[in-house]
Design a protein around this ligand. Structure first.
Ligand SMILES: *Cc1c(COP(=O)(O)O)cnc(C)c1O
Length: 395
């Protein structure tokens, strides 16, 4: 059989990421490849660092995109900050907290787990208690926006508690960056990692990270070398650090970085505060529509993530069949439940370029139509109206 080119279908991406990638970002990616030490590329790298500082609201010089997906950024934070024998308190309220624990163990650390029910934020009182019971702890890790459950935790408060107990804090901002406030400097977050394909609406495969002064100090005073050569920030900085002394570490994903740059330019043009407000409004409209349809949103109102909406599957409905029909009939992707929530919920993303009134109305219309024809117990004819009222500001 002769080899054939691949032409992907055109989807509307409303799952837990990737989100819709704007044509401008895709066009940026199709520009000619240059060398990863080309003077023009070095300029682009500096611009990306600056734009990431803007997005993260930080002046941290050690702010850059790791060449790998969000999971690589997660690993970068842990391998650099955890040494064998360290005790780390890991807050788990969903899938991604579980992965943080796995990272701690693989770095030779001891993980003390603070658990909260899936769908609820991390409980600050439990973190406080764990730190009192384990004074040897040197690091706290938690997920700001749990994509698996749709719950937002109070990052500012959790970091404050960590610091009060002389611990550094690693915060997962993969799903929060660009969608809800992330204040790396104001909250004094020591290390954070994000992803390109969620609220930044860039192609997948890059992970913006930022390390604050306390984290840099801890990395510099390590007794053992970082177990990962590729993710050793000391080495990566030889390439991403001072523009005068850039040296080869690994070949940067040049074209993917064009894309990230363009996605960040788009965010800058809109303005962070405006992006947050847009995510919030479209979320409120979607929720109003889903509830008018008679669907249940399990996360309590104050903890809901605007960019990731978790909806209970009504009784008797085959959730996979609904997703399949949305994809086949309307080319619309929504997410399935993950881990403990598999089969019980859908996850509807309104991330980045996928957070528009058009996405809200389309999703409500499509869901109502498919659920209706699957015989689900919903109230037809109300959802779009309810969403429109919110969008028109008449909530
Ligand atoms: C998506 C996600 C990750 C992992 O990112 P990948 O790009 O899939 O590796 C980590 N944490 C959270 C909260 C996420 O939503």
């Amino acid at each position: 059989m002769p080899a054939r080119s691949f032409f992907p279908p055109r989807r509307i991406l409303m799952g837990p990421g990737p989100s819709d990638v704007p044509p401008r970002v895709l066009a940026a990616m199709a520009q000619p490849t240059v060398g990863h030490l080309d003077p023009s590329f070095i300029e682009l790298m500096d611009s990306i660092k600056e734009l990431l500082q803007y997005a993260f609201r930080t002046d941290n010089p050690l702010t850059l995109p790791v060449s790998g997906p969000g999971s690589a950024g997660m690993e970068a934070c842990f391998v650099n900050l955890v040494q064998p024998g360290d005790t780390v308190v890991v807050c788990i309220n969903g899938v991604f907290g579980g992965r943080m624990r796995e990272n701690v163990l693989r770095c030779g650390g001891t993980a003390v787990v603070v658990e909260d029910e899936w769908g609820r934020p991390v409980d600050p009182a439990k973190l406080e208690r764990a730190l009192e019971e384990h004074p040897e702890t040197s690091l706290v890790a938690f997920v700001h926006a749990e994509t698996s459950t749709g719950a937002r935790s109070d990052a500012k408060e959790l970091v404050e508690i960590a610091h009060r107990h002389d611990c550094l804090a690693i915060v997962d901002t993969v799903t929060s960056l660009g969608g809800i406030p992330v204040e790396i400097d104001a909250w004094e977050v020591d290390a954070t990692y994000s992803g390109s394909q969620k609220c930044l609406s860039c192609v997948p495969g890059l992970s913006p990270v930022s390390f604050g002064p306390r984290a840099v100090e801890r990395i510099e005073s390590r007794k053992s070398p970082v177990q990962s050569w590729f993710l050793d920030m000391g080495l990566v900085m030889g390439y991403w650090g001072s523009a005068q002394r850039r040296a080869y570490h690994h070949t940067a994903p040049v074209n993917a970085l064009y894309a990230l740059h363009e996605a960040l330019v788009i965010l800058r043009e809109e303005g962070l505060e405006n992006a947050w407000a847009r995510h919030r409004k479209n979320h409120l409209a979607l929720c109003a529509g889903l509830e008018a349809m008679g669907l249940r949103l399990p996360v309590e109102e104050g903890a809901r993530l605007p960019e990731l909406n978790v909806v209970e599957v009504p009784p008797g409905v085959d959730e996979a069949a609904v997703r399949r029909r949305l994809l086949e009939e309307l080319s619309l992707e929504i997410g399935a439940g993950l881990g403990a929530l598999a089969g019980r919920v859908w996850r509807i993303g309104l991330m980045g370029a996928s957070s528009t009134p058009r996405h809200v109305i389309l999703c409500l219309t499509a869901l109502e139509s498919v659920l209706g024809s699957e015989g689900a117990p919903i109230r037809p004819g109300r959802a779009v109206e309810a969403a429109r009222n919110v969008l028109a500001g008449q909530k």
